[in-house]
Write a protein that binds this ligand. Structure first.
Ligand code: 6PG
Length: 241
């Protein structure tokens, strides 16, 4: 079934809605499992959401002491590199909230790519009781080419059925990336796409209305979970709704 996008007048309204959904999922996860495992997206779109979560009222509404933070993907760069997804989250959110240090499950982009992939897969395996590991919420963005996380069109990693984490190659630098696999992404309880800007309108239409399976974002179909699309008016500009 084609998920119906939630269209917002601007990125600020979208961030507030996303924060509300995350707070709800966190409360439910903590009450059921005494922990909340969230996978953060990279890129620039999530910046506003992370800043929103770092401020009241949302900062007080998230049970940070029971929250474990993961990433959907990372660039193969050091954690203090301006291109690092960890660095962006640290700047906009993690530096403002009290998280136990062992609750931050950083992808070690400074390591050689295959070592970083193996280390992150071990971290996921060790920090979840279920297999494949089920993140409570995964945040994802959408590239203009239909990529999501660091899964790019026509890449062999789209056929991966076993591995939890995969090495990938981005057409844009930094070329070497580390990404959760489709297997792990589709094990999530809830996937929230955050999409803003006119440059995403064609990819969003192809994913939501044409269900174009050549686009990695169209392959995000959680086995036992929900997907919600939070988009602004510019990104929704080519949808027929
Ligand atoms: C990354 C992200 C990537 C991102 C999209 C959208 O590491 O860059 O994982 O998938 O979400 O490229 O990026 P923007 O939010 O910057 O448009």
């Amino acid at each position: 079934m084609t998920p119906q996008p939630n269209v917002f007048p601007d990125p600020g309204a979208l961030a507030e809605s996303a924060a509300n959904r995350i707070a709800g999922a966190a409360a439910s996860s903590v009450s059921q499992r005494d922990r909340f495992a969230v996978g953060l997206a990279g890129g620039s779109t999530p910046r506003q959401l992370y800043r929103t979560l770092a401020e009241e009222p949302w900062r007080s509404r998230i049970p940070w002491e029971r929250t474990h933070v993961y990433w959907s993907d990372e660039r193969c760069v050091p954690p203090d590199d301006p291109q690092s997804n960890y660095a962006m989250a640290q700047e906009t959110l993690l530096s403002a909230v009290e998280l136990p240090p062992d609750s931050i499950h950083r992808i070690q982009g400074e390591l050689p790519q295959d070592e970083a992939v193996a280390a992150y897969a071990d971290e996921l395996f060790d920090s979840f009781t279920d297999f494949p590991p089920r993140l409570d919420v995964v945040l994802l963005g959408l590239g203009a080419d239909g990529h999501t996380a660091s899964l790019f069109p026509d890449s062999p990693q789209l056929a991966e059925r076993e591995r939890l984490v995969v090495p990938t190659r981005s057409p844009e630098p930094p070329h070497e990336r580390i990404s959760l696999s489709l297997r792990t992404l589709n094990a999530a309880r809830c996937v929230i796409f955050l999409v803003t800007g006119e440059e995403k309108a064609d990819a969003l239409r192809r994913v939501l209305e044409r269900r174009d399976g050549s686009l990695p974002a169209a392959r995000i179909q959680p086995i036992d979970g929900e997907v919600c699309w939070l988009v602004d008016r510019e990104a929704a500009g080519e949808l027929s709704i």
